[in-house]
Design a protein around this ligand. Structure first.
Ligand SMILES: Nc1ncnc2c1ncn2[C@@H]1O[C@H](COP(=O)(O)OP(=O)(O)OP(=O)(O)O)[C@@H](O)[C@H]1O
Ligand SMILES: [Mg+2]
Length: 588
């Protein structure tokens, strides 16, 4: 459940976002706007979040790992320093205590030696004992005094009594006769005492040694006291660490945490997040840089929004244009297709008209001879009638000849009518027949211009298509070949048609010796209305139509190439078994 505090933050964020939207609009309408404007708005929004920063200090407790680390490091450091202090100071104190005991032992030993020197030389044991008992009485911390001569009787004086014993001869020289020794020694019962031993010399000669044993109770008490003080200081330090360490860590970490929190808000898209740290150190500098960075981000976001809006607007405009285009596209495509169809129909029509013109010329040519002959027959009839030589017999002969001529002319018309029949159904037809009937139409023209035409085609080759259309192709190729040999004034003009078949292809070549096609126009000969023939002799649609018929309707190929003497047009078609079904569908 979001707290009321969080809700307030959310509302503040919403308000800030609305603010941005307004800024974006301002930016769009006022190009000369200064960057400072954004900063002003941001700072206003920031002040509304001040109470959040003053939240309970408890929020710095363990959840903040960095805070805890600083706090722990600081505390550990202080504790370590206290421990170090203890480790250094206690031995020093103990050392000075030992020094005090040493100087006390030194003074006491000197005073005993000085006081008892005569008695020691004269072996006055009574005086020695009495004097030392007095010393022991005055110094309660002396446990015993041991006077050991080099030779003679050892005297041991303690508060509880004294004793004497003869010194045993020693194998090795006693070191206590040479040097002063001191230090704490352990007793058999686990207690300790301080032992001081020094040599006794008279006039430079070693007499013996004196050993004084002190109790260490005072030393132990002092040591215990020192440890108590150390403990006390440690507790004080620990107690001081808690508030001092807390405030130190707080002072160090809080601005960093503020910056981190603001950075998180910025990362979540809230560019109103600013930090308000009025410090002159590096952290203050960091907070100012952070605020500047957020301002820069806010400004670039405003710019990006502005550009986005502009982009969206442009996209919407383009989309609208595209929609409009799409709406009319169908219609346009339909219009274009129907235009194309009209054009094609027109072309086909033109092509048929051209072919018809060609054939009317051919018919006229075919008829010229029989008409001449018919005219001669009629002249003969007239002349014989005038001269009175017209007999029944000659009249019958000339009538028969006239009928033959008329029959021939009529059959020529039938040939051409068949040729123009609108047989739009693809069928399997005999290639040689169609080639020959097409060439037959041109016969008269070829004879007239002494053009030698040879047809070499097996009678059993069959192809699949519309025979009328295919005749038109052959007629176009023959007509072009005729024009070529005529235009180049060949001495022995020649046209050859050769058809062959291999396993699945039929190949028809139409060769002429008309000099060939100029290379620069070779790529253009199939373009509609392209012609090199002047004075309206050519319309430029013969090859275009032929290619359409061969490649679109019959699924073959029509190609032109130059030979040594002229041009070769090659038609390649599939044999009927291979594609008759497909072709039939397409033609239908
Ligand atoms: N056998 C050929 N030899 C030389 N040039 C040729 C031959 N066949 C075609 N061409 C060239 O190709 C051009 C285009 O021929 P196409 O049959 O399409 O048109 P055309 O013959 O000029 O006119 P038409 O529409 O009357 O046939 C011709 O003008 C001619 O330049
Ligand atoms: Mg032509």
């Amino acid at each position: 459940m979001p707290s009321s505090q969080t809700k307030r933050e959310v509302h503040a964020n919403d308000a800030a976002i609305r603010n941005h939207a307004r800024q974006a609009t301002c930016f769009a309408t006022l190009p000369g706007r200064q960057p400072g404007q954004v900063r002003d708005v941001a700072l206003t929004a920031d002040t509304s979040q001040q109470p959040e920063r003053r939240r309970s200090l408890l929020r710095w407790l363990p959840a903040h790992r960095m805070f805890m680390r600083v706090f722990l490091v600081f505390g550990s450091l202080l504790l370590a320093m206290t421990a170090l202090y203890g480790m250094l100071i206690v031995p020093l104190q103990q050392d000075s205590l030992l020094k005090v005991m040493y100087s006390q032992a030194d003074i006491v030993s000197r005073s005993i030696i000085q006081a008892c020197s005569e008695a020691m030389i004269t072996d006055d044991f009574g005086f020695i004992v009495e004097h030392n008992l007095q010393v022991l009485q005055n110094n309660r911390n002396i446990r015993s005094v041991l006077i050991t001569p080099k030779r003679g009787t050892i005297i041991r004086i303690a508060p509880e009594g004294w004793a004497m014993q003869d010194s045993a001869p020693q194998a090795e020289p006693d070191k206590t006769l040479e040097n002063t020794t001191y230090g704490i020694v352990s007793n058999a019962d686990g207690t300790t005492h301080y032992r001081y031993s020094t040599p006794i010399r008279f006039s430079g000669l070693s007499w013996g040694s004196i050993e004084i044993n002190f109790t260490t109770s005072e030393y132990d008490a002092n040591t215990r006291e020192m440890y108590k003080q150390l403990l006390f200081i440690s507790i004080l330090v620990v107690l001081a660490i808690l508030p001092v360490g807390y405030f130190f860590a707080l002072w160090l970490i809080r601005p960093i945490a503020d910056i981190s929190q603001a950075a998180s808000r910025v990362a979540q898209g809230d560019l109103d997040a600013h930090v308000d740290i009025a410090r002159q150190d590096e952290i203050g500098q960091l907070s100012r840089s952070f605020n500047q960075m957020v301002d820069a981000l806010q400004e670039s976001r405003t710019r990006v929004r502005f550009y986005n809006q502009e982009l969206e607007q442009k996209v919407a405009e383009r989309t609208h244009e595209l929609d409009e285009l799409n709406r009319t596209l169908d219609q346009r495509v339909r219009d274009e297709i129907s235009k194309r169809k009209e054009q094609e129909t027109l072309l086909i029509h033109q092509s048929r008209l051209a072919a018809m013109g060609e054939m009317i010329g051919a018919i006229a040519h075919q008829w010229r001879q029989p008409l001449n002959a018919l005219s001669l027959v009629m002249q003969n009839i007239r002349m014989q009638h005038r001269s009175g030589r017209l007999t029944e017999q000659s009249m019958a002969r000339m009538q028969e000849k006239s009928e033959q001529l008329v029959q021939r002319m009529s059959s020529t018309i039938d040939d051409f009518r068949d040729f123009f029949k609108p047989d739009k159904h693809a069928v399997t037809f005999n290639l040689a027949q169609v080639i020959r009937s097409s060439a037959g139409i041109m016969d008269g023209v070829f004879n007239n211009h002494c053009i030698a035409l040879s047809i070499d085609c097996d009678d059993d080759i069959e192809v699949f298509g519309i025979p009328g259309e295919f005749s038109q192709v052959i007629l176009n190729l023959l007509s072009n070949a005729k024009d070529a040999v005529q235009d180049t004034h060949q001495r022995s003009p020649r046209i050859q048609v050769h058809a062959s078949r291999d396993s699945d292809r039929v190949r028809i070549c139409v060769d002429d010796n008309g000099g060939g096609i100029a290379p620069e126009v070779m790529d253009r000969i199939y373009e509609p209305y392209f012609t090199t023939k002047n004075d309206g002799k050519g319309s430029g649609i013969g090859l275009y139509m032929s290619k359409m018929i061969v490649e679109n309707n019959m699924h073959g190929r029509l190609e032109a190439s130059n030979t040594d003497e002229g041009t070769r047009f090659t038609i390649e078609l599939d044999t009927p078994g291979r594609n008759s079904e497909t072709a039939s569908e397409q033609v239908a």
